[in-house]
Design a protein around this ligand. Structure first.
Ligand SMILES: Nc1nc2c(ncn2[C@@H]2O[C@H](COP(=O)(O)OP(=O)(O)OP(=O)(O)O)[C@@H](O)[C@H]2O)c(=O)[nH]1
Ligand SMILES: [Zn+2]
Length: 356
């Protein structure tokens, strides 16, 4: 078929969207959502990035949270001739959707990202590796209509035989998704990863906190470059505080990186916690207090083990971090919003305690 909008192709446009672009009027601009900040959108078309708002007429006809534009969406925008806010009049059908179920009785979803071609599930081969959790992620990715890949990070921290056994465990579980390996420290595997990220394809990385996603994305981007680019003339305007969540890599691949990604797949992750940290939870039965949190209590067997070196400090830190997170993500969205700020403070105080 004839592509009407060939210059959108580098932003991820293809025939699939072309067939669903009938809603767009001839005068409309088709753009891709780069970031969402409440009702304000940052969108990009071949000419650059600009701000837009969802038109009242659209809001009037669409009431579900998941119908609102989210990062990765293709939208039809009526540009404002004065160059101020564009108006989003339609959201094109989504080819894939990463979402999580919102709390409550009504089946409603919070969108995390749309039109992601490939979700790269990241696990660290050092402590974080867990086939059950991997499988849960795989289910969610497939459910959303994207293709899953697996990336094992921190390969510098384990021997080749450990890595080989982890790959074997993944295969033994019947998982056929491609498996990549990477060390952000030695850079080993980075070239392969860059090579495999194809131009005009949209990727995102999901996985537990601390597995190295940010470090890796920074490597992929050359973060300083991104920041200077943000300041100098992308046409985003002076008062832009919205952080871009859809990023264009040098090689032409698109990467979505947003806070929602970090929540994706975390629900129900505590059984994995139990498995991964059975050494710590096992020791916990020897603490003086039954409800010991293993952070500051006198007579804590876990802290003793950390201080004596029987349990590595990194392993313990990881345990505390993941435990806080899994508890946090079990809360309903509303509760969480309220606690968001307190939670940040809490994590800081825990971290401070750990440093003592
Ligand atoms: N040894 C080793 N450490 C790494 C590697 N990648 C990241 N790290 C370290 O692991 C820690 C966590 O890395 P991040 O990139 O912040 O992890 P993340 O997955 O983005 O974590 P969140 O931002 O919390 O989701 C940092 O101290 C990194 O320096 C790696 O390949 N090898
Ligand atoms: Zn304890």
């Amino acid at each position: 078929m004839k592509i009407r909008y060939p210059d959108l192709a580098p932003l991820g446009w293809n025939e699939w969207f072309e067939e669903r672009a009938a809603e767009c009027r001839p005068g409309d601009t088709i753009a891709r959502v780069v970031a969402v900040d409440r009702d304000l959108l940052l969108v990009m078309d071949p000419a650059g990035t600009f701000r837009a708002k969802t038109a009242g007429s659209y809001l009037f006809r669409h009431h579900l949270v998941q119908e609102l534009p989210c990062v990765g969406d293709w939208v039809c925008v009526e540009k404002d001739p004065a160059g101020e806010l564009g108006r989003v009049r339609a959201v094109l059908e989504r080819k894939s959707a990463l979402r999580r179920r919102a709390a409550g009785d009504v089946v409603d979803y919070q969108m995390i990202a749309a039109n992601v071609d490939c979700v790269i599930i990241v696990q660290s081969c050092h402590f974080d590796f867990n086939v059950n959790r991997l499988e849960r992620y795989l289910v969610m990715v497939k459910d959303g209509g994207a293709e899953p890949w697996i990336l094992l990070t921190k390969t510098d921290l384990v021997g080749p035989e450990v890595l080989a056994s982890q790959v074997a465990q993944i295969r033994a579980a019947g998982v056929t998704a491609p498996v990549l390996t990477l060390s952000n420290v030695t850079g080993r595997g980075m070239a392969d990863l860059k090579q495999i990220l194809a131009p005009a394809q949209t990727y995102c990385f999901v996985g537990s906190s601390g597995v190295g996603k940010s470090t890796m994305i920074n490597h992929l981007l050359g973060r300083e470059l991104l920041e200077t680019r943000g300041v100098s003339g992308t046409g985003e305007g002076r008062h832009t505080t919205v952080r871009r969540e859809l990023l264009l890599l040098e090689g032409g691949a698109l990467v979505i990186d947003n806070p929602g990604m970090r929540e994706f797949g975390l629900l129900g992750a505590e059984s994995g916690m139990e498995e991964n940290f059975s050494d710590i939870t096992g020791l916990g039965t020897g603490c003086r207090y039954g409800n010991c949190t293993h952070t500051a209590e006198p007579g804590c067997a876990v802290l003793e083990a950390v201080n004596s070196g029987a349990i590595s400090r990194a392993h313990y830190d990881n345990y505390i971090k993941l435990r806080q997170e899994s508890a946090f993500y079990q809360m309903s969205y509303v509760e969480k919003r309220k606690k968001d700020r307190n939670f940040g403070k809490y994590v800081k105080s825990v971290k401070k305690q750990l440093k003592k």
